[in-house]
Structure formats: structure tokens, C-alpha cells
Design a protein around this ligand. Structure first.
Ligand code: OSB
Ligand code: MG
Length: 368
């Protein structure tokens, strides 16, 4: 791909409002922004979505940075590749560290799409249609959550996801349901339950949730299969699916009826596409999960969500969901609950250099 150099920037920005799960609150977001420049002057953008601490997966901003600087960027420098679909094989000597790999791999996809002069959605086999936006409410206070949901429905969001835990699940979900009887609603537990909680989870069946996301252990697929056979609500797996084989095994076992695909969690767009294609062949719907991310990662998600198997609205909200000002221009916007597919080559957004200057806390360049 004739790469000239790679730039890594660590950015840091406060969220407009704290985002709370039973695992804690996120009030500030750090991320790694990757820029890969080729010798003709094109620049591909990627975003490392690991958090500052390892609460969601084992990776952090610092472990990702270490992997990128000391292993992944040197691998890319040592062995030239001609297409981003060779990146996963190139990185195969590094075990896991999916978010670090995805940060670089997604930048290669953006670069390739720009070289070919096509939108990223088209390059990866998707389309140009607008996609429906879904939003996540991370607020355990029922009255505040209801207010927030009202605001999002006014903006036209097509689907709402809330966070739940055994502490307050029945009261919280029934309160929201009472207020919004027809709302396409789902609940994400981020592994807050154990198999012994089956009765609590069965009690939620009456609320007609679209799905319950990752109720049990973050690396489990066995107990989820046992749970799915006892509850009506479809189980969606998030944390448990970090590879194509995880998806295959979970579907074979009956551990879930839906899969949330996050590019960072599975190590890149190549693996995300493989999981998508397999799910389509098995009749398992998928949707694009969010990571409280900045605009670069959001833009990659939007392209991914244009693939035909993404039949459920994803965690795809606008730049203003979390940020006073995003690091891209134009910002991502939601109109009547829809996000327009960008038409320009690549991800279709540029870095906002002024904003990048304000929020960058560290940067480093690697010449090839
Ligand atoms: O479990 O889906 C999750 C955010 C950070 C880490 C994990 C998850 C989430 C979300 C998505 O729920 C929030 C968003 O990006 O809007
Ligand atoms: Mg989740």
C-alpha cells in the first residue's frame, strides 16, 4: 500500500454527561487516533477504542499504544501489504489485542477506499442507503432516564438501549415500559447476572424487550445457551464474541439469537465482515455496537452498518450524543432518526485539526 508513515495521537475529552453501567461511570474518554499516510499523499484514519482502564475488555489505551508502537506498526513497516484484507494475517504473530489491531486495520481500510476513490461502505460490500440510529441511555435513575428517552424520541431515534443490573432491573424496565409501551427497547447487562438469576431474567420476558445483551459472564457461551433455553427474550452477545470462531460456536450452541458486532472488539473490519457473513448465512441478525467513541470510529461503524445483515438499528448516534465538539468535520448528525451514508471517498470525514490540537495529549510519528 506504499505507506510513508504512521502517526499516533492520544486524545482526551470529557463526556457531556457521565455514562453509567453497573461496572462504573465513564466521565472522560481517551482514545488513540491513527493516521496512515501513503506516498501519494492520501491519509487513512483509524481510532483505537480501548478505554483508559480495563473494565469492558482487558485492553487499555496504554496497552493498545504499546502494541501499536512496539509490535503492530513495526510489522506493517517490515512487510508491505497490498490490501487491508491482508492485515489480520500480518498481525497474526500478536495474540488478541484486538482493539490495537483494529485501530491500524481500520485506518488501512479508509486509506484503501480513498486510493480507489470510493466510499468505505462500497469498498466493504455495503450500500449508500441511510441507516437507522439507535441510542444508549447509561443512567440508572429511572426518572432521569425517562426524561432522556423522551428527548431522544423527539429526535427520532429508532431504538433505545438501557443498562440494567439485578439491583433494580424489574422496577427500572417496568417504569420505562409503562411510559413508552411501543418503544423498541433493549437492555444491556454487561455481565451483571449469573445463571442462578434466571428467575429475575424470566420476569423481564413480559416487557417485550427486543433483546437482552450479555446477561452472563463476559467470556461465557455455555451458560448463555442454558439461559436462552429458559427465557423468551432473545439473548444478544457482545463481550463473549471476540472472534469469528466465537460467533460460530455461540450460534451452534444456541447461546444467542442476535450478535452485536464491534469492529474494535473483534480486531478489525475484516473479522467483522466474516462474522456478519456467517450470521447472514445462519439467519442471525446483527447490529453495530458503540464504544462511546469519537467520530472516526463512528464513521467506520456507519460504513459497516450498511452491510445487508445489519437489520437492527445499532448504537449509532450523532457526534453531539457525547461531545461538545467532535474531532471530525463535518460532525455526524442524525435527522429524523437516520444517518446519511457519507458520499465522499473513504470514511467521508476529515479530522478537525483545531479540535485535535485542543484535545491531543500525546503524539508520535513513525516513518517507513
Ligand atoms: O456494552 O455495549 C456496551 C459503551 C462502552 C462500553 C461497552 C458498551 C457501551 C455501550 C454503547 O453500551 C454506548 C454508545 O457508544 O453509545
Ligand atoms: Mg454491550
Amino acid at each position: 500500500m506504499d505507506i510513508k508513515g504512521v502517526k499516533l495521537s492520544i486524545v482526551k475529552m470529557p463526556l457531556k454527561n457521565p455514562f453509567t453501567t453497573h461496572l462504573g461511570s465513564v466521565t472522560e474518554r481517551e482514545a488513540i487516533i491513527v493516521e496512515i499516510e501513503d506516498r501519494t499523499g492520501f491519509i487513512g484514519y483509524g481510532e483505537g477504542v480501548a478505554f483508559s482502564s480495563p473494565w469492558y475488555t482487558e485492553e487499555t489505551v496504554q496497552t493498545s499504544y504499546h502494541m501499536l508502537k512496539d509490535y503492530l506498526v513495526p510489522l506493517l513497516k517490515k512487510k508491505a501489504i497490498s490490501h487491508p484484507d491482508q492485515a489480520l494475517a500480518l498481525f497474526s504473530s500478536v495474540r488478541r489485542n484486538h482493539m490495537a489491531k483494529a485501530a491500524l486495520e481500520t485506518a488501512l481500510w479508509d486509506l484503501q477506499a480513498k486510493k480507489e476513490g470510493v466510499p468505505l461502505s462500497i469498498l466493504i460490500g455495503g450500500g449508500m442507503e441511510s441507516i437507522p440510529a439507535g441510542v444508549v441511555v447509561g443512567n440508572p435513575n429511572l426518572q432521569e432516564a425517562i426524561k432522556q428517552i423522551e428527548g431522544y424520541l423527539e429526535q427520532g431515534f429508532k431504538r433505545v438501549k438501557v443498562k440494567i443490573s439485578p439491583e433494580d432491573d424489574f422496577h427500572y424496565i417496568s417504569g420505562i415500559r409503562k411510559q413508552f409501551p411501543d418503544l423498541p427497547l433493549m437492555a444491556d447487562a454487561n455481565s451483571a447476572y449469573a445463571l442462578e438469576d434466571v428467575d429475575r431474567l424470566k420476569a423481564l420476558d413480559q416487557f417485550g424487550l427486543l433483546m437482552i445483551e450479555q446477561p452472563l459472564g463476559y467470556d461465557d457461551i455455555i451458560d448463555h445457551a442454558k439461559l436462552q433455553s429458559q427465557i423468551e427474550t432473545p439473548i444478544c452477545l457482545d463481550e463473549s464474541i471476540v472472534t469469528f470462531d466465537d460467533a460460530r460456536k455461540a450460534i451452534e450452541l444456541g447461546s444467542c439469537k442476535v450478535i452485536n458486532i464491534k469492529i474494535g472488539r473483534v480486531g478489525g473490519i475484516g473479522e467483522a465482515k466474516r462474522i456478519h457473513d456467517y450470521c447472514v448465512s445462519k439467519g442471525i441478525p446483527v447490529w453495530a455496537g458503540g464504544m462511546i467513541e469519537f467520530g472516526i470510529s463512528r464513521a467506520h461503524n456507519i460504513a459497516l452498518a450498511s452491510l445487508p445483515g445489519f437489520t437492527i438499528p445499532g448504537d449509532i448516534s450523532g457526534s453531539d450524543r457525547y461531545w461538545e465538539e467532535d474531532i471530525i468535520q463535518p460532525e455526524i448528525t442524525v435527522h429524523n432518526g437516520m444517518v446519511k451514508m457519507p458520499e465522499r471517498p473513504g470514511i467521508g470525514f476529515e479530522l478537525n485539526n483545531k479540535r485535535m490540537k485542543e484535545v491531543t495529549i500525546f503524539e508520535e510519528r513513525f516513518e517507513f
